[in-house]
Design a protein around this ligand. Sequence first.
Ligand SMILES: Nc1ncnc2c1ncn2[C@@H]1O[C@H](COP(=O)(O)OP(=O)(O)OP(=O)(O)O)[C@@H](O)[C@H]1O
Length: 342
Amino acid sequence: MASAAVSHRTAEAPQTADPLVSVEGLSVDFATPRGTIHALRDISLEVPKGKVLGLVGESGCGKSTLAYSMIGLLAENARVAGGAIRMGGQDLAHLKPKAWRDLRGTRIAMIFQDPMTSLNPVTTIGKQMIDIQYREPISRSEKRARAIEFLEQVQLPDAAAKLDVYPHQLSGGMRQRVCIAMALLTRPDLLIADEPTTALDATLELQIVTLLRELQETFGCSVLFVSHHLGTVAELCDEVAVMYAGEVVERGHVREVFHAPRHPYTQALFDCDPARIRQATRQLPTIPGTLPDLRQPPAGCAFRARCSKAFGRCAAEHPPLHAAGPGQVARCHLNDPAEDVA
Ligand SMILES: Nc1ncnc2c1ncn2[C@@H]1O[C@H](COP(=O)(O)OP(=O)(O)OP(=O)(O)O)[C@@H](O)[C@H]1O
């Protein structure tokens, strides 16, 4: 399958010349009464400077766990079992709570699926936007003016008047715009967006995605965009990482991965994507089978039980990330140049 031009390098490409964040072999476990869940297993990827990295995969594959590890918001029962998250000379995977508090709201900010996760329901938008600027050495009226400026940046109509309203007086789409404005007010280098459009209808989703792209270009920050929606990822992202059962199974530039997915799981995700299915059907197709039990991840390829292309080696040997095309890697033996699949 792999062309002669593709090198034998494994687990290395694509490399970003100057990444903002490098995740290196990160493993995260959750302790539960029924055993340890190995939610992230040896994850390596890079968030490029000034670019948008999309993170896709079925529910439960570890997208949020990865996103939360990058902003120090893992649940109490989580433990970093190995690896590092490098950003500007620091290893975020092992920061103390105080160091995290300094980093959040300065270098790293997050927007959530539900805007009410980050908005206080009993405080006006204006007070929340002024309070979040507590580190800025400027007067209250200057902070107020900045808040209005940022609400205008996120295209909220009648921005000044919105300072006096409470979150529940705004629509869902407007609340999400306020959250984006608040995240950007702290001038983060990295903006993490965890399914920020899932609760919105399709028209609003498109508006928010377009806005995020414009703002990312204006502010020049890097974005980690977690999503179920392949179409949205295609619209917004420069690069994409596909996760399955706690591992990255494919990554590369969006154009290449979407044009020619090289992991059977990525191909199956595309086959189930409603936007790609032309004929009218009442039921959306799903990938047959279920995710493996993450308390005992299978040896060999984690996807093999659901993979129509599985063969002997898939049970015996855990596949590394093989170079699979220009700037593209896939964790599948079919991309091993040594594998004769012609
Ligand atoms: N606090 C926790 N305690 C125990 N298990 C957890 C905890 N948080 C997540 N998990 C488990 O870790 C695995 C990865 O979950 P995660 O939420 O990261 O997946 P996801 O891809 O973001 O899913 P979704 O798209 O549904 O948000 C799942 O098996 C999940 O049940």
